[in-house]
Design a protein around this ligand. Structure first.
Ligand SMILES: Nc1ncnc2c1ncn2[C@@H]1O[C@H](COP(=O)(O)OP(=O)(O)OP(=O)(O)O)[C@@H](O)[C@H]1O
Length: 229
Protein backbone atom coordinates (compact mmCIF):
# COMPACT_ATOMS: atom_id res chain seq x y z
CA UNK A 1 0.00 0.00 0.00
CA UNK A 2 2.83 2.40 0.93
CA UNK A 3 6.39 1.91 -0.25
CA UNK A 4 9.29 4.26 0.49
CA UNK A 5 12.71 3.39 -0.83
CA UNK A 6 15.89 5.27 -0.06
CA UNK A 7 13.65 8.22 0.72
CA UNK A 8 15.14 11.35 2.30
CA UNK A 9 14.17 14.91 3.03
CA UNK A 10 16.32 18.00 3.48
CA UNK A 11 15.07 21.54 4.08
CA UNK A 12 17.13 24.39 2.69
CA UNK A 13 16.62 27.77 4.34
CA UNK A 14 19.03 30.71 4.05
CA UNK A 15 21.78 28.37 2.86
CA UNK A 16 21.30 26.23 5.96
CA UNK A 17 20.52 22.62 5.20
CA UNK A 18 18.50 20.59 7.70
CA UNK A 19 18.49 16.90 6.98
CA UNK A 20 15.07 16.18 8.46
CA UNK A 21 14.99 12.57 7.27
CA UNK A 22 18.05 10.51 6.35
CA UNK A 23 17.60 7.89 3.60
CA UNK A 24 15.36 5.02 4.74
CA UNK A 25 13.24 2.16 3.39
CA UNK A 26 9.74 1.47 4.67
CA UNK A 27 6.88 -0.65 3.36
CA UNK A 28 3.42 -0.75 4.89
CA UNK A 29 0.87 -3.31 3.71
CA UNK A 30 -2.84 -2.67 3.26
CA UNK A 31 -4.60 -3.16 6.60
CA UNK A 32 -1.60 -2.54 8.86
CA UNK A 33 -1.78 -0.28 11.93
CA UNK A 34 1.59 1.40 12.41
CA UNK A 35 2.54 3.87 15.09
CA UNK A 36 5.36 6.38 14.74
CA UNK A 37 7.24 7.49 17.83
CA UNK A 38 10.26 9.69 18.48
CA UNK A 39 11.44 12.75 20.39
CA UNK A 40 10.39 16.29 19.52
CA UNK A 41 12.10 17.55 16.37
CA UNK A 42 13.08 14.05 15.23
CA UNK A 43 11.18 14.20 11.93
CA UNK A 44 7.76 12.64 12.67
CA UNK A 45 5.68 15.46 11.19
CA UNK A 46 7.97 15.66 8.17
CA UNK A 47 7.46 11.92 7.63
CA UNK A 48 3.68 12.23 7.97
CA UNK A 49 3.56 15.24 5.65
CA UNK A 50 5.48 13.34 2.98
CA UNK A 51 3.27 10.27 3.43
CA UNK A 52 0.23 12.55 3.15
CA UNK A 53 1.47 14.23 -0.06
CA UNK A 54 1.58 17.58 1.73
CA UNK A 55 5.35 17.83 1.38
CA UNK A 56 7.66 16.59 -1.37
CA UNK A 57 10.54 14.29 -0.57
CA UNK A 58 14.02 15.33 -1.71
CA UNK A 59 15.26 11.97 -2.94
CA UNK A 60 14.24 8.36 -3.33
CA UNK A 61 10.95 6.70 -4.22
CA UNK A 62 7.50 7.01 -2.71
CA UNK A 63 4.74 4.80 -4.04
CA UNK A 64 1.25 5.11 -2.58
CA UNK A 65 -1.21 2.43 -3.66
CA UNK A 66 1.09 1.46 -6.51
CA UNK A 67 1.64 4.96 -7.93
CA UNK A 68 4.94 6.87 -7.97
CA UNK A 69 3.64 10.15 -6.56
CA UNK A 70 6.70 12.21 -7.57
CA UNK A 71 5.45 11.99 -11.17
CA UNK A 72 2.13 13.68 -10.35
CA UNK A 73 1.19 17.28 -11.18
CA UNK A 74 -0.03 19.35 -8.21
CA UNK A 75 -3.61 18.93 -9.38
CA UNK A 76 -3.34 15.17 -9.70
CA UNK A 77 -1.60 14.99 -6.33
CA UNK A 78 -4.45 16.87 -4.61
CA UNK A 79 -7.07 14.61 -6.17
CA UNK A 80 -5.07 11.51 -5.28
CA UNK A 81 -4.59 12.75 -1.71
CA UNK A 82 -8.32 13.35 -1.33
CA UNK A 83 -9.16 9.89 -2.65
CA UNK A 84 -6.52 7.79 -0.90
CA UNK A 85 -5.81 9.52 2.41
CA UNK A 86 -7.89 10.48 5.42
CA UNK A 87 -6.32 12.95 7.87
CA UNK A 88 -6.93 13.16 11.60
CA UNK A 89 -5.20 15.96 13.52
CA UNK A 90 -4.57 16.63 17.19
CA UNK A 91 -6.73 19.77 17.09
CA UNK A 92 -9.60 18.12 15.14
CA UNK A 93 -9.57 20.86 12.43
CA UNK A 94 -13.34 20.99 11.99
CA UNK A 95 -14.91 24.08 10.44
CA UNK A 96 -16.86 25.80 13.26
CA UNK A 97 -19.35 27.52 10.91
CA UNK A 98 -20.48 24.20 9.42
CA UNK A 99 -22.61 21.55 11.08
CA UNK A 100 -21.31 18.00 11.37
CA UNK A 101 -23.02 16.88 8.17
CA UNK A 102 -21.43 19.67 6.11
CA UNK A 103 -18.02 19.20 7.75
CA UNK A 104 -17.99 15.58 6.58
CA UNK A 105 -19.39 16.59 3.18
CA UNK A 106 -16.51 19.05 2.49
CA UNK A 107 -13.88 16.61 1.16
CA UNK A 108 -16.58 14.52 -0.57
CA UNK A 109 -17.62 17.53 -2.62
CA UNK A 110 -14.22 17.51 -4.33
CA UNK A 111 -14.89 13.98 -5.54
CA UNK A 112 -17.29 13.09 -8.31
CA UNK A 113 -19.90 11.63 -5.98
CA UNK A 114 -23.48 12.69 -6.58
CA UNK A 115 -25.67 14.05 -3.78
CA UNK A 116 -27.25 10.70 -2.87
CA UNK A 117 -23.90 8.97 -2.68
CA UNK A 118 -22.46 11.74 -0.52
CA UNK A 119 -25.50 11.59 1.76
CA UNK A 120 -25.19 7.81 2.17
CA UNK A 121 -21.48 8.10 2.96
CA UNK A 122 -22.01 10.88 5.53
CA UNK A 123 -24.77 9.02 7.36
CA UNK A 124 -22.80 5.78 7.39
CA UNK A 125 -19.66 7.52 8.67
CA UNK A 126 -21.59 9.26 11.44
CA UNK A 127 -23.13 5.92 12.44
CA UNK A 128 -19.70 4.30 12.52
CA UNK A 129 -18.41 6.87 15.00
CA UNK A 130 -21.57 6.75 17.12
CA UNK A 131 -22.89 10.24 16.33
CA UNK A 132 -25.77 9.44 13.97
CA UNK A 133 -28.22 11.63 15.86
CA UNK A 134 -26.01 14.73 15.89
CA UNK A 135 -25.66 15.58 12.20
CA UNK A 136 -27.23 19.05 12.55
CA UNK A 137 -25.10 20.03 15.53
CA UNK A 138 -22.09 22.32 15.31
CA UNK A 139 -18.57 21.40 16.48
CA UNK A 140 -18.73 23.74 19.50
CA UNK A 141 -21.76 21.82 20.78
CA UNK A 142 -19.64 18.69 21.16
CA UNK A 143 -17.00 17.49 23.61
CA UNK A 144 -13.40 17.16 22.43
CA UNK A 145 -13.75 13.40 22.11
CA UNK A 146 -16.92 13.81 20.05
CA UNK A 147 -15.23 16.40 17.82
CA UNK A 148 -12.42 13.95 17.17
CA UNK A 149 -15.05 11.33 16.25
CA UNK A 150 -16.45 13.74 13.66
CA UNK A 151 -12.94 14.31 12.30
CA UNK A 152 -12.58 10.53 12.02
CA UNK A 153 -15.97 10.29 10.29
CA UNK A 154 -14.75 12.93 7.82
CA UNK A 155 -11.58 10.89 7.26
CA UNK A 156 -13.38 7.58 6.63
CA UNK A 157 -16.34 8.88 4.60
CA UNK A 158 -14.20 8.94 1.45
CA UNK A 159 -13.11 5.29 2.02
CA UNK A 160 -9.37 6.07 1.93
CA UNK A 161 -6.76 3.31 1.83
CA UNK A 162 -4.91 4.92 4.74
CA UNK A 163 -5.63 7.22 7.66
CA UNK A 164 -2.79 9.44 8.81
CA UNK A 165 -3.32 10.49 12.39
CA UNK A 166 -1.07 13.09 14.03
CA UNK A 167 -1.37 12.79 17.84
CA UNK A 168 -5.11 12.06 17.53
CA UNK A 169 -5.60 11.87 21.30
CA UNK A 170 -3.16 14.65 22.24
CA UNK A 171 -5.95 17.04 23.30
CA UNK A 172 -8.12 14.49 25.08
CA UNK A 173 -8.35 13.12 28.61
CA UNK A 174 -7.47 9.47 29.10
CA UNK A 175 -11.04 8.13 28.93
CA UNK A 176 -11.81 9.95 25.68
CA UNK A 177 -8.41 8.92 24.33
CA UNK A 178 -9.25 5.28 25.01
CA UNK A 179 -12.51 5.66 23.07
CA UNK A 180 -10.70 7.17 20.09
CA UNK A 181 -8.06 4.41 20.13
CA UNK A 182 -10.74 1.75 20.18
CA UNK A 183 -12.57 3.46 17.29
CA UNK A 184 -9.34 3.61 15.26
CA UNK A 185 -8.75 -0.08 15.93
CA UNK A 186 -12.29 -0.93 14.72
CA UNK A 187 -11.74 1.07 11.55
CA UNK A 188 -8.41 -0.68 11.04
CA UNK A 189 -10.03 -4.09 11.60
CA UNK A 190 -12.39 -3.26 8.73
CA UNK A 191 -9.37 -2.94 6.38
CA UNK A 192 -8.18 0.69 6.43
CA UNK A 193 -4.47 1.10 7.11
CA UNK A 194 -3.57 3.55 9.88
CA UNK A 195 -0.34 5.42 10.50
CA UNK A 196 -0.43 7.23 13.83
CA UNK A 197 2.13 9.58 15.34
CA UNK A 198 2.05 9.50 19.12
CA UNK A 199 4.10 10.53 22.13
CA UNK A 200 2.36 7.88 24.20
CA UNK A 201 4.21 4.55 24.30
CA UNK A 202 1.20 2.71 25.69
CA UNK A 203 -0.83 3.79 22.68
CA UNK A 204 2.04 3.07 20.32
CA UNK A 205 2.15 -0.48 21.65
CA UNK A 206 -1.49 -0.99 20.60
CA UNK A 207 -0.47 -0.83 16.93
CA UNK A 208 0.76 -3.91 15.09
CA UNK A 209 4.05 -2.26 14.34
CA UNK A 210 6.13 0.60 15.72
CA UNK A 211 8.37 2.85 13.66
CA UNK A 212 10.82 5.01 15.57
CA UNK A 213 12.42 8.21 14.29
CA UNK A 214 15.48 9.60 16.07
CA UNK A 215 17.41 12.59 14.71
CA UNK A 216 15.93 11.94 11.28
CA UNK A 217 16.86 8.25 11.28
CA UNK A 218 13.87 5.98 10.80
CA UNK A 219 13.90 2.43 12.06
CA UNK A 220 11.30 -0.30 12.46
CA UNK A 221 13.50 -2.99 13.94
CA UNK A 222 11.79 -5.67 16.08
CA UNK A 223 13.91 -4.49 19.06
CA UNK A 224 11.81 -1.31 19.25
CA UNK A 225 8.60 -3.33 19.38
CA UNK A 226 10.01 -5.35 22.28
CA UNK A 227 11.29 -2.26 24.10
CA UNK A 228 7.92 -0.50 23.94
CA UNK A 229 5.72 -3.56 24.63
N1 LIG B 1 9.77 23.92 6.75
C1 LIG B 1 10.92 23.64 7.38
N2 LIG B 1 12.04 24.32 7.11
C2 LIG B 1 13.22 24.04 7.73
N3 LIG B 1 13.37 23.06 8.65
C3 LIG B 1 12.28 22.35 8.97
C4 LIG B 1 11.00 22.59 8.36
N4 LIG B 1 10.09 21.70 8.89
C5 LIG B 1 10.78 20.96 9.78
N5 LIG B 1 12.08 21.33 9.83
C6 LIG B 1 13.13 20.72 10.67
O1 LIG B 1 13.13 19.31 10.44
C7 LIG B 1 13.38 18.61 11.67
C8 LIG B 1 12.21 17.65 11.94
O2 LIG B 1 11.04 18.40 12.28
P1 LIG B 1 9.59 17.73 12.52
O3 LIG B 1 8.61 18.83 12.65
O4 LIG B 1 9.35 16.72 11.44
O5 LIG B 1 9.79 16.98 13.93
P2 LIG B 1 8.73 16.24 14.88
O6 LIG B 1 9.33 14.94 15.24
O7 LIG B 1 7.41 16.21 14.21
O8 LIG B 1 8.66 17.20 16.15
P3 LIG B 1 7.45 17.46 17.21
O9 LIG B 1 7.24 16.14 17.93
O10 LIG B 1 8.01 18.51 18.09
O11 LIG B 1 6.27 17.90 16.42
C9 LIG B 1 13.57 19.69 12.74
O12 LIG B 1 14.94 19.92 12.88
C10 LIG B 1 12.87 20.89 12.14
O13 LIG B 1 13.43 22.08 12.62
Amino acid sequence: MLKMKNLSKAFLTDAIKTQALHPFDLSIEQGEFVSVIGPSGSGKTTFLNIAGLLEEHSDGLYELDGQDVAQFSDKKKSAYRNEKIGFVFQSFNLIPELNLYDNIDMPLRYRKFNRDERHARIIQALEQVGLAGRKDHYPTQLSGGQQQRVAIARAIAGTPCVILADEPTGNLDSKMAEGIMSLLKDINAAGTSIIMVTHDNEQAAQAQRIVQIKDGHLSDSPDIQKEIA
